[in-house]
Design a protein around this ligand. Structure first.
Ligand code: PAP
Length: 328
């Protein structure tokens, strides 16, 4: 998929990394969910490796106008969106009875730029349109990416919080004491979690999607659950490959939805066993990307008081933006 460009011994690269190291040392810190610390960089909280990667993207990543980026706050539906976009774009290439997604996990077919090692990876040999994913908020993406198309998915912050806490607890360094749900809740509410604050992250893409709807498509996990076929049609049109009448008659949209459903993907052997490697940053058990895949699991974790507090923050932050969540 990518080729090595071997910058590890390059003097300029070493100097850039040294400068990044000094910069990171000066930034405010807070407790991390998976790692000891997060750093506040331009208003957003990132782990050391993810921040280093961001700084390297600005130095080395060259976007092409045909690129497509799938962006989200963590645990908002990235895995599902990857599968949907890949199968929608490549619907002429594979049959639904013998599909690429049957033996390739969604994360293995669309690299996440946040975790790549820019000294060893070059994406120039990928054929257009290149597909990438990212959890970085819009203000942390390099300007060269503004020519590309971008699909953003957001989700009710209460479900994001629960999904993220469970996921991060599994990945948390064994050298650290466990992070209780109460602690995670407090940190989340004040914005201190990887890629947070959640609300500013969502709003950065929401506002840009209003200004530039041809370039940024804004989706909600809850609407994907409720009307997946409508979302596939929207995606296809946005990506310049609108669903044809003939495809409608053949039931192509229904097939894409079925292929990418939680039930189907989570039961495929390729998504049940083994480890997903994210550059040099992280190894994750593939099955951990598929937990419940439902709306409203927060009810099993949040007290009434916690629910009120998060909904209050959401109302306050989104006031006047036109963005709403239908919360269950
Ligand atoms: P990431 O940020 O680590 O990439 P992401 O895929 O964005 O994770 O989110 C994972 C959530 O999406 C999980 O939610 P849960 O913890 O509340 O269950 C996961 O179960 C859910 N998910 C994964 N695949 C699908 C799918 N095909 N349909 C619906 N939900 C899905």
């Amino acid at each position: 998929m990518s080729i090595a460009i071997g910058l590890e011994d390059d003097a300029e690269y070493k100097k850039i990394c040294e400068n990044h190291k000094h910069l990171i040392e000066t930034l405010p810190k807070c407790n991390g969910w998976r790692t000891l610390h997060l750093h506040n960089y331009n208003g957003y909280w990132l782990s050391t490796k993810i921040l280093k990667s961001n700084l390297l993207i600005h130095a080395y990543f060259k976007s092409q106008p045909t690129d497509i980026f799938l962006a989200s706050f963590m645990k908002s539906g990235t895995t599902w969106l990857k599968a949907l976009v890949f199968s929608t774009l490549n619907r002429d290439r594979y049959t639904f009875s013998n599909h690429h997604l049957h033996n390739h996990s969604p994360h293995s077919i669309i690299p996440v730029i946040d975790a790549e090692s820019y000294h060893i990876t070059d994406f120039t040999n990928l054929s257009a349109p290149r597909l990438f994913s990212t959890h970085y908020p819009l203000p942390l993406l390099p300007a060269c990416m503004s020519c590309a198309k971008l699909v953003y998915v957001c989700r009710d912050p209460k479900d994001v919080l629960v999904s993220k806490w469970l996921f991060m607890s599994k990945l948390r360094s064994k050298d650290l004491p466990p992070l209780s749900f109460d602690e995670a809740f407090e940190l989340f509410c004040v914005g201190a979690s990887e890629y947070g604050p959640f609300w500013e992250h969502v709003l950065s893409y929401w506002r840009a999607s209003l200004e530039n709807p041809d370039k940024i498509l804004f989706l909600k996990y809850e609407e994907m659950k409720k009307e997946p076929e409508m979302v596939v049609r929207k995606l296809a049109a946005f990506l310049g490959k609108a669903v044809t009448v003939e495809e409608e008659e053949k039931g192509v949209v229904r097939e894409i939805v079925k292929l990418c459903s939680f039930e189907n993907l989570s039961n495929l052997e390729v998504n049940k066993t083994g480890v997903e490697k994210f550059g040099k940053v992280l190894d994750v058990e593939k099955r951990d990307f598929f937990r419940k895949g439902v709306i409203g699991d927060w009810k099993n974790y949040l007290s009434d008081e916690m629910k009120e507090r998060i909904d209050g923050i959401t109302d306050e932050k989104f006031k006047g933006s036109g963005l709403t969540f239908t919360t269950v």
